[in-house]
Design a protein around this ligand. Sequence first.
Ligand SMILES: NC(=O)C1=CN([C@@H]2O[C@H](COP(=O)(O)OP(=O)(O)OC[C@H]3O[C@@H](n4cnc5c(N)ncnc54)[C@H](OP(=O)(O)O)[C@@H]3O)[C@@H](O)[C@H]2O)C=CC1
Ligand SMILES: O=C1O[C@H](COP(=O)(O)O)[C@@H](O)[C@H](O)[C@H]1O
Length: 532
Amino acid sequence: MGVTAEKDVPPAVEDAAPAVSDDPCEKPESDQPTKDKSIAGGCLSLIVLGASGDLAKKKTFPAIFNLYKQGFLPDEMHVFGYARSNMTNEELHEKLLRYLKAERTDPTTNPEDVRKQFLNKITYIHGAYDADEGFIKLNEEILRLEREESDDNSPTRRLFYLALPPSVYPLVSKQIRKHCMNQRGWTRVIVEKPFGKDLESSEVLSSELGSLFTEDQLYRIDHYLGKELVQNLLVMRFANRFFVPIWNRDNIANVQIVFKEDFGTQGRGGYFDEYGIIRDIIQNHLVQVLCLVAMEKPVSLSPEHVRDEKVKVLQCIEPINEEEVVIGQYEGYKDDPTVPNDSVTPTFASLVLRINNERWDGVPFIMKAGKSLDTRKAEIRVQFKDVPGDIFKCKKQGRNEFVMRLQPKEAMYMKLTVKEPGLDMRATQSELDMSYHQRYQDIVIPEAYERLLLDTIRGDQQHFVRRDELRVAWEIFTPLLHRIDAGKLKVIPYKEGSRGPAEADELNARMGYQRTEGYCWKPPTLQAGAAI
Ligand SMILES: NC(=O)C1=CN([C@@H]2O[C@H](COP(=O)(O)OP(=O)(O)OC[C@H]3O[C@@H](n4cnc5c(N)ncnc54)[C@H](OP(=O)(O)O)[C@@H]3O)[C@@H](O)[C@H]2O)C=CC1
Ligand SMILES: O=C1O[C@H](COP(=O)(O)O)[C@@H](O)[C@H](O)[C@H]1O
């Protein structure tokens, strides 16, 4: 079946010019919270496929609920859950209850009532992924509620979220295409990572989905692109004069992009063992972050301009050198009953990516990810070169670093050298710190999934992965992954709760990363007993 053009209803446009105030501290009218922020455009159906699963209950439904309770979704909105499990509506509601936080967002409403209203909007339908019957029923239910909300000529919107293992994407997509396409407005489909297991399987999947949906109907979600500090990267880099001239090989010694979790596979061992940490975290989440750290300035913020630049930087990445790879597995990983006893799947990896272009030639990008480590955090750490002709001998203590902590407790800080206060002329390490929870005390930072769902409804693909980006990312990692799968690289055991294999610290040292000596800054928001 070929792909036919869909009627795509453009997102609502604010056409009234906001009133401008002379007070520079007053927010423009368009920035003030408004009572009705919901996106106009007709009846909206949000369909979660794989509704019985882990992602659906922990992330997808809560993200929809958060948008709903903040007033971002229109009244004429319905949510559908679809999966094979035989459940009633009430059973699904019961399952979701503990994940939907009933909090007061508006003094005039009772949060419990809001949650009840939301649950009443969820209809569960059970059916197979490979047979017509369930999808015919799903379509009938969607149509029935669309008709209740609007007349036959008004536009409607359908968003399908595939919270399913990728192995069933083609089957389910065919059924959506066959039975559930919207005839009165747009149909969009969100697919979750991993998009394949290597270049070949990813290309097969892309072709299958590409024969069913156009690229502008497909939203490949990578939730790291929805994180607040990841979204801040382009602003930081391109809106601040002092970063512009120093963001290059002349000044930067090395970059680390790090993901650490202090827990293991947590019941997802079956899935994880098939993929491993490089496919689970590095090839997608960390590579997306790298693109935003390293890309050139886009022509504009339009999704295509931004994604064009991301592709270019990926195309400049050299083949990975195995001498610059450390992989490990935590002791106890195989105690998970869903993991085979002889598994050699890495739960830790640290590897170096080198970008062969004018800006980055010679700067190692160290990508590190691991499960069951000493802490949970994700950060970007940019280490600068030493000051030439240093007269303060402060080199021994530490270099300048710019750190963006994506989680927990978002922060940006710069490690720099200052005069130690007092009568002596002594240089010491200090920091300029912007901890979000101090700086923006009244603002609740949205969950990544919440933001990306809203982008999808608005039809904005900037923070989603384009097909060519995906292909280049797989080109970079596939040769290494095949060698790891074939058991050609040594998997180093490490203790749960540790920093991972010592070899990873040695790799950092080989790449020229200098640890700050005799100084460890604890951001105020991470200190025990912090008021915020
Ligand atoms: N969980 C997480 O934290 C994250 C998950 N993801 C991605 O999201 C997607 C969904 O993840 P998650 O919810 O954890 O997955 P689950 O394993 O929980 O699967 C979701 C649902 O899919 C159905 N299902 C499971 N296995 C199969 C199978 N082999 N064939 C057909 N149907 C199956 C089940 O529903 P039923 O049997 O009722 O039909 C299940 O409830 C995956 O692509 C995953 O990689 C991405 C980021 C984080
Ligand atoms: O995609 C995934 O991400 C989570 C980590 O997400 P975070 O937003 O909590 O950092 C990870 O646990 C999981 O293994 C992986 O599939």
